[in-house]
Design a protein around this ligand. Structure first.
Ligand code: BGC
Length: 383
């Protein structure tokens, strides 16, 4: 072997471990996403599962059917992991889902009164799928669609990008809307949900994620003893069909005052007209601080396990829903019944029925504008 060859060989040997180490470090930095087949829809579309993992963060699995958060695995204070989101054991459960167990709701999350609205002088009719009102984008809203999925790699590892193009007139809404949602994991364990959308004609829009949480673990009884703090001085009271009256009512002196941590169950059956209309909590709270800035909206703690959920959002409101319509008939991922009030949702969003409420922050999107919002669900162990 010539001297120069020997030097080359030595140099390569010397480099190999460095190269391998380098590759390993790159692979482990930030978030990693593993992709698996989940099954096929009735029309033969393939659906996948994406598992996001990162050191120090809960492992989160998402499917591109409706963008459902399929599971979030979080340790308790003793290090025991539980799945804290409700859902189904397999794809057929999600295909038949009527509870919106963790999906991306659109085109308009929450209710639109009498299934109609007027925009720029034109009346649009929607399908009434909740008494006289439209709920969660109508019978075939964004939760029931297969979104195009892409794993994107950046300096902080992988992120999951889901895109859905909703055609002009779909479910009665005007304008072709392109909605993109990026799921990623932050270094502090937060699941970040970045929404953006554009349209080719004026439309209304309200996107959210409808994750149901039970911090003791999915199917582990009710959430009545979870303590909740809501960063809200006011909420939007509703009529008997859960449409806001237009008032922003102070929470002071009412069962809606969560400015200091209170057990969810403490006043959930109070003799209060609003509680009666909701069958418990099913109301939109006005999040303190400026919409457009990412700020804390809510913190929930389950004391026995020590698990804590913090919700941050740029949206003006958050719908606090206590699973009042769950009835124990649905069996969850581990076969346990999802009982009444077996979970809570904190759906970050514009106020319900904003398209018919000129005094509420506008939910109108016009061509040339970009709709954006960010929500973070951060699980940790309470100190
Ligand atoms: C609504 C509830 C509804 C639930 C499931 C919530 O966002 O406010 O009234 O039952 O979603 O559809």
């Amino acid at each position: 072997m010539t001297r120069s060859r020997r030097i080359l060989r030595l140099a390569l040997f010397g480099l190999t471990p460095i190269l391998c180490l380098g590759a390993e470090m790159t692979a482990q930095a930030g978030t990693r996403i593993e992709t698996k087949a989940f099954g096929k829809t009735s029309t033969g579309e393939s659906v996948e599962l994406f598992t996001l993992s990162r050191a120090g963060a809960p492992s989160v699995t998402i499917t591109n059917l409706g963008g459902y958060v399929v599971s979030m695995l979080a340790p308790d204070r003793a290090g025991h992991t539980a799945d804290v989101t409700l859902g189904y054991a397999s794809l057929p459960g999600y295909l038949a889902d009527n509870s919106y167990f963790g999906c991306l709701v659109g085109r308009y999350a929450n209710r639109i009164a009498k299934a109609a609205f007027t925009l720029d002088g034109k009346r649009y009719s929607l399908a009434a799928n909740n008494g006289p009102n439209t709920l969660h984008g109508g019978p075939t809203g964004f939760c029931r669609r297969v979104w195009a999925a892409k794993v994107k790699s950046g300096t902080d590892g992988d992120a999951l990008e889901l895109t859905y193009v909703s055609r002009d007139g779909e479910e009665g809404y005007p304008g072709t809307l392109t909605a993109t949602v990026v799921y990623s994991l932050r270094e502090d364990g937060g699941l970040v949900i970045d929404y953006s959308a554009t349209t080719d004609a004026p439309t209304v829009l309200n996107l959210t994620n409808h994750a149901y949480f039970n911090l003791a673990g999915e199917g582990e009884g009710t959430i009545l003893d979870h303590e909740l703090q809501l960063e809200a001085e006011a909420y939007t009271p509703v009529d008997a069909t859960l449409i806001p009256t237009g008032e922003l009512r102070s929470v002071a002196g009412t069962p809606f005052d969560f400015r200091k941590p209170v057990a969810i169950g403490a006043r959930i059956d109070a003799a209060d007209e609003q509680i009666r209309f909701g069958g418990g909590y099913d109301h939109n709270f006005v999040v303190r601080g400026a919409p457009g800035t990412l700020r804390l909206a809510a913190r929930a703690v389950e004391k026995k396990s020590g698990r804590q959920l913090e919700v941050f959002t740029t949206e003006p409101g958050v719908q606090f829903y206590t699973g009042n319509f769950l009835d124990g008939k649905t069996l969850g991922k581990a076969g346990k019944p999802y009982v009444k009030r077996g979970a809570f949702c904190l759906e970050t969003q514009h106020y319900p029925d904003s398209p018919n409420q000129p005094a509420f922050p506008s939910a109108v999107l016009r061509p040339g504008q970009v709709y954006r919002h960010t929500t973070v669900y951060r699980l940790s162990v309470a100190k």
